[in-house]
Design a binder for this molecule. Structure first.
Ligand SMILES: Cc1cc2nc3c(=O)[nH]c(=O)nc-3n(C[C@H](O)[C@H](O)[C@H](O)COP(=O)(O)OP(=O)(O)OC[C@H]3O[C@@H](n4cnc5c(N)ncnc54)[C@H](O)[C@@H]3O)c2cc1C
Length: 306
């Protein structure tokens, strides 16, 4: 039995754990990945907007977080995936079969990249379907590549890839790009980038690796094929909330709805960070929400005579 079980060790979960520990709560953090840090492990741009620490990339900031929490007393289990929860009973089941009991639960499971779920997307991962424009620009240097998406992430990656690739085709299903004006202007004036709006990717094709894609433009009767050697998908994110479906209030996209105290519609179940913050997902927001939840839990438990 733990006072608090925190699911997820990204910035939100770690901040909640740090505060719970400081407030004297018996705390267990469960993280499915081998390392703590969540999305920070995939941030390759400098982080200049987190108060008190500047980092060349997400991993550098994560290392600061990891060093700080290592000194603390709370239990942290990595490579431990939560496979089921009973929010009412505050019971958590790991994929390994172990069952854990808390008085309060904190959901800090964050978000994941949305997938297109088109044929070839999984099959060609690492064989032409790219993980990161920044990391893999050299691997596809001189090649024709396709980027899918219309937001900042897609635009930024298209610009990055255009520095090394022969051509970049940016495909977006909407009528115009949603990316910030600075990116949109740079894309317009970059002769290596072609933008196809109102177009959807239907399939990624190839043999040993990606060789072409099939796309459908709005109003067209037949899909068109285009030869490319790389495909990068950046079509937004979705919350990791499948585990909790039906047990708490969530919005239409699955984000957990919380009160100002970070409490969900299930009593003594809190949600912090990106999983409950679709509008402004940031490291600072995640850290702040984690701290709020911990303080509320501590005051509730002390009020209950714990
Ligand atoms: C490319 C990129 C650039 C960014 N740049 C910035 C920036 O400059 N400044 C900024 O403030 N923010 C930035 N962000 C956003 C920032 O990284 C997030 O807001 C922050 O990581 C959210 O923290 P979180 O703890 O809520 O979720 P996450 O970081 O998503 O962590 C969630 C954790 O929960 C774990 N988890 C999920 N499900 C389970 C389960 N079933 N069992 C166990 N563990 C589970 C995951 O493995 C993960 O470790 C950026 C994000 C990206 C992707």
């Amino acid at each position: 039995m733990h006072d608090v079980i925190i699911i997820g060790a990204g910035p939100a979960g770690l901040s909640a754990a740090l505060w719970c520990d400081e407030l004297g709560l018996d705390t267990l953090v469960i993280e499915q990945a081998a390392e703590v840090g969540g999305q920070l492990l995939r941030v390759y741009n400098p982080i200049e907007n987190y108060l008190g620490a500047r980092a060349a990339n997400g991993r550098e900031l994560r290392d600061l977080f990891a060093a700080q929490v290592e000194e603390k007393e709370f239990d942290l289990w990595t490579e431990a995936e939560v496979g089921g929860v009973d929010l009412k009973a505050k019971r958590v089941r790991l994929r390994s079969g172990e069952e854990l009991q808390g008085i309060a639960l904190v959901i800090a499971t964050g978000v994941r990249r949305r997938r297109l779920n088109v044929p070839g997307e999984t099959e060609f991962a690492g064989r032409g379907v790219l993980e990161s424009g920044r990391l893999e620009a050299e691997a596809v240097a001189g090649e024709d590549v396709l980027v899918v998406g219309g937001g900042d992430a897609a635009a930024e990656n298209a610009l990055l890839l255009a520095e090394t690739c022969a051509t970049v085709t940016l495909v977006h299903r909407g009528k115009s790009l949603r990316a910030r004006a600075e990116f949109a202007e740079r894309i317009k004036s970059d002769h290596r980038i072609t933008v196809f709006t109102e177009t959807t990717l239907r399939a990624i094709l190839g043999g040993e690796r990606v060789e072409s894609v099939e796309m459908l433009r709005a109003g067209a009767l037949k899909p068109m094929r285009m030869a490319v050697r790389g495909v990068l998908v950046r079509v937004g994110v979705e919350p990791n909330t499948e585990l909790f479906r039906g047990q708490l209030h969530a919005d239409e996209r699955g984000y957990v709805v919380v009160t100002g105290e970070q409490e969900t519609s299930a009593e003594m179940v809190f949600a912090v960070g990106d999983v409950s913050n679709p509008l402004a997902p940031t490291v600072s927001g995640a850290a702040g929400a984690g701290a709020t939840a911990a303080k509320v839990i501590a005051s509730r438990l002390s009020g209950s005579g714990k």
